[in-house]
Write a new protein. Structure first.
Length: 174
């Protein structure tokens, strides 16, 4: 009888953790998620970040999902999704990539923004509104649609934006 009680407690606790983990992906359409999560790639969740990165992320981007940014990034669709994906065999073999997923006429298209690479800690993604931005290297851009940032917390960040049909980027921190 005592063992069954502990199994019930463990089940309830794991369901709560799973629900919290899923909550940051609730606004993402299932078709976009299934398009991105293929070949053992999973969308970056808060619990995937090292503790120090998670504290910084929560402080700067409260309520946002570190693996998904939604906006008007692409000239191909009004709504698109930038998704940070991870894949790991264990803590020493962490791969990451970042993709841009657009939906047009019910079909999802995926473009790789950051090619798969082995990392010690994953990058996060977030959205910036249209505006005028300057990179630390002196690069300046007037951006007419949303742009997105791929950031290695406590390291470097790069801002991506479309100029016409071409994806451009510049470094915003090192």
């Amino acid at each position: 009888m005592k063992l069954n009680k502990w199994v019930l407690v463990a089940t309830l606790l794991s369901n709560g953790v799973h629900a919290r983990a899923e909550s940051c992906l609730n606004s993402m359409p299932d078709t976009v998620r299934s398009t991105a999560e293929q070949d053992n790639w999973t969308i970056l969740q808060p619990q995937d970040l090292p503790d120090t990165d998670l504290k910084i992320w929560k402080n700067a981007h409260q309520g946002q999902c570190p693996g998904v940014a939604t906006g008007n990034f692409s000239p191909k669709a009004d709504t698109s999704f930038v998704i940070a994906l991870i894949q790991s065999d264990d803590q020493k073999n962490l791969l990451e990539k970042v993709v841009l997923v657009t939906q047009k006429k019910g079909q999802s298209e995926t473009a790789v923004v950051v090619s798969p690479m082995q990392v010690k800690s994953p990058s996060v993604v977030w959205k910036l509104p249209p505006g005028h931005y300057a990179g630390i290297d002196g690069t300046k851009a007037g951006i007419s649609r949303d742009s997105f940032v791929v950031e290695k917390i406590n390291s470097s960040a790069k801002q991506f934006y479309y100029q016409g049909n071409r994806l451009q980027s510049f470094v915003i921190s090192r």
